[in-house]
Design a protein around this ligand. Structure first.
Ligand code: PLP
Length: 292
């Protein structure tokens, strides 16, 4: 039976039942993680910031020497997937492009929409407990080492997911990756944003080779709407202890306030957190039904 909570659209085939087998066993996306993707929030039946995500996908493709189809074909694929998703349900849209079969051939390209895990929605309200973990590289290395693919959103997320599993096994929710020279960079699936005084900051992507987060960019571009200014800076975990608020931001989970860092509570202002969440337009989890 096809999965009613997932939509699948394959380039060249359109929307197919979500459990349709369509990926070959010799696809380089599977064999080597050789491909790229985007994850996009679907709200009110529309993909949020599609243009920005397609721009980043094109950047990732260029970094990987991967040929993408013309943009209208990608937009059409996304539109087909989103049209098959119930408009009143928020969703997670993925666009995936692999290098295709090992022996050569067309890239494999598909879009899927699925439900957002309740844990992600709850993190918008309850925040996340974060552990720092080294990424083993100096903060400014990746722009000079193109083979490390800094800034590209590739399918090689095994280390990212291992980091999150390690955090969970250690009693936390997520990881803040730290460079070998001591700077906070990003999380395995989100960007770091913090507020000090009346300024919202994030980590400079060009200088560090982290992924340029679309959610953090939107938040900083709209900082003025919530009475703040915006800037980029490098920050150490110690400096984060005295900020006015810190978040992990990402397209599907939205803003998740960082409540503890290595077990120590970080400053948290519920009013500031509400302003950040509101400007980004992410709903909170539904309140539990009142008893009686
Ligand atoms: N950094 C990494 C490594 C990510 O995987 C993600 C999310 O996919 C982000 C940052 C946040 O990016 P965005 O806000 O565009 O989802």
């Amino acid at each position: 039976m096809s999965d009613p909570t997932r939509v699948l659209a394959v380039l060249g085939r359109g929307v197919v039942p979500a459990d349709t087998p369509f990926l070959r066993g010799d696809d380089l996306g599977i064999l080597r993680g050789d491909g790229i993707f985007e994850a996009i929030h679907v709200r009110d039946g529309r993909p949020w910031m599609l243009e920005e995500h397609l721009n980043r996908l094109a950047g990732s493709a260029a970094r990987m020497d991967l040929a993408l189809p013309p943009r209208p074909a990608l937009v059409d694929l996304v539109e087909q997937a989103v049209a098959a998703w119930p408009a009143h349900v928020e969703g997670a849209l993925r666009i995936v492009c692999t290098r295709g079969p090992e022996g050569g051939g067309e890239p494999t390209i598909f879009a899927s929409v699925s439900a957002i895990p309740p844990e992600s929605v709850r993190a918008r309200r309850d925040g996340v407990r974060v552990l720092t973990a080294t990424i083993g590289l100096p903060a400014r290395l990746r722009p000079e080492t193109p083979w490390l693919l800094g800034g590209a959103k590739t399918l090689s997320y095994a280390t990212n997911m291992a980091s999150v599993r390690w955090a969970k096994a250690s009693g936390a929710d997520d990881v803040l990756w730290i460079s070998s020279d001591g700077y906070a960079l990003e999380a395995p699936t989100s960007s770091l944003v913090w507020c000090r005084g009346s300024t919202l900051y994030t980590v400079p992507a060009k200088e560090t080779g982290i992924l340029a987060g679309t959610t953090a960019a939107y938040l900083l571009a709209h900082a003025g709407d919530i009475g703040l200014t915006a800037d980029e800076a490098l920050v150490t975990p110690d400096e984060l202890r005295s900020v006015d608020g810190a978040w992990f931001t990402s397209s599907v989970r939205g803003p998740a306030p960082i409540r503890t860092l290595d077990g120590i509570p970080l400053p948290y202002d519920p009013d500031l957190a509400a302003r950040v969440r509101t400007v980004l337009g992410f709903p909170l989890p539904p309140e539990p039904a009142a008893e009686g």
